[in-house]
Ligand binder design. Sequence first.
Ligand SMILES: [Ca+2]
Ligand SMILES: [Ca+2]
Ligand SMILES: [Ca+2]
Ligand SMILES: [Ca+2]
Length: 341
Amino acid sequence: MRNQLNVLFIFALMFFVFTCGKDDDEITSTPPRDRAEQQASDMDTLQNYFQTHYYNSGALNTLTTYPTLNDIVITKLEEGETLPPNTTLLSDAVEAKTTTYKDVNYTYYILSIEEGLGDHPHFTDQVRVNYEGNTMDDEVFDNSVNPVDLELIIAVPGWNRVLPQFKTASSFTTNNNGTITFENYGIGVMFLPSGLGYFSNSTTGISAYSCLVFKFELYQYQVMDHDNDFIPSYMEDEDNNMDVFDDNTDGDRFYNFDDSDDDGDGYKTFREVLYTEYTDSSRSGLEAQLQALAPLNSNQFFTPIEDKDDGTFSAKLITLEDTNGNGIPNYLDSTDAATIN
Ligand SMILES: [Ca+2]
Ligand SMILES: [Ca+2]
Ligand SMILES: [Ca+2]
Ligand SMILES: [Ca+2]
């Protein structure tokens, strides 16, 4: 039931948080603007926003409870108004970050409230979050009421760059009423130029080429292996550019993250790697088993721990073989002898 609800939430939210497709000109009838020119203009918009908005830094620093989205208050500094006490102008608080997307150099900004004490998700993972999206006019255009699961692989590009810089909750507690309280989660605000948001697409509450502000709380993540080939999707970004929609080793219709035979040699990827499965009746027991195997070689990794239907836990130790020693693992090398398991 929970999964069904999550699916419903995701479909409801995809309209807002997710890009509609990889081609920016799919929806608009006029050609999209030049990305680099738009970025230059968006930088002015964001800088102006930071110089005319402040946040309640003092109140956040003296909270007696862990901060939540609602505790972060960003307010416009009216013309002639002096900065109220115990607040900080965003231009003195936000951190600039850079990335490349569609061959354009982008700068975006983060206000980190708490990094979190759990783990960093990968840019292709599914994350459980609460969030609130705001326009440059400080209008809320979208927000989650309850925690939702979002797939970063199809989120706007700003999300899969920002969320991996934060950490998930360190633990959670199930309350008597069935709700869950997460402890020590990552919480912050991202300020995105339109090129890392919806760019030329417009939707309810957001016009095309809008810069966006998202507050978020990051609770949990799940490593995704979209094609179930034992290679997690974040490892199927061959050129390490945080974009899995441009990696296609065999040049067929499927990108590597969605291709169960990556090198197109007729042998499924999972058959071209070596694997050993470990199981245990408890998660901690399995974790202890896996820890005892460390340190791993550079061509080895564990798949995420699976919670099996029979109540046991399992994970696989994957070894990427390179039989002909040319530096390309067998599953990406159609000329290499396959490890057929
Ligand atoms: Ca890539
Ligand atoms: Ca392919
Ligand atoms: Ca693959
Ligand atoms: Ca293959």
